[in-house]
Write a protein that binds this ligand. Structure first.
Ligand SMILES: [Zn+2]
Length: 124
């Protein structure tokens, strides 16, 4: 993992760092889905959109399409792709965490993806 000099972070984040541009929050997260939980909590309280600042796990896709990204990630995660991993992959393509979660909700409603475990999704 490249060290980009975040010396203020007390412990090495295992999954990465999420940030809130509106209130200068920086939080190290241990699991990809911790970012999603933090997003939900923070959005609930403040209405702000938390974003990935640094991602320290494998989350590379060639698309900014949520369903296509899920298909690609699902090949390596047949038990379900964590929402946080999907969001991190799409963040690289400029898709905000909130937009990813909205798209996931719509795709679930239309039956195009399903949730084999809590906060883990796969394309049908
Ligand atoms: Zn905030």
């Amino acid at each position: 993992m490249p060290d980009d000099g975040d010396a203020e972070l007390a412990e090495k984040p295992r999954a990465g760092v999420v940030t809130c541009p509106s209130c200068d929050l920086h939080v190290a997260v241990a699991e990809p889905n911790d970012a999603v939980e933090l997003y939900r909590r923070h959005a609930n309280v403040t209405g702000h959109d938390v974003e990935w600042e640094r991602v320290a796990f494998d989350a590379d896709v060639e698309t900014d399409d949520v369903k296509q990204a899920l298909v690609e990630l699902g090949e390596n995660h047949p038990d379900g792709v964590e929402l946080g991993r999907l969001a991190a992959a799409l963040a690289d393509a400029g898709v905000a965490i909130g937009d990813t979660l909205d798209a996931v909700r719509d795709l679930r409603m239309s039956g195009e993806i399903y949730e084999p475990r809590d906060d883990h999704v796969l394309a049908v």
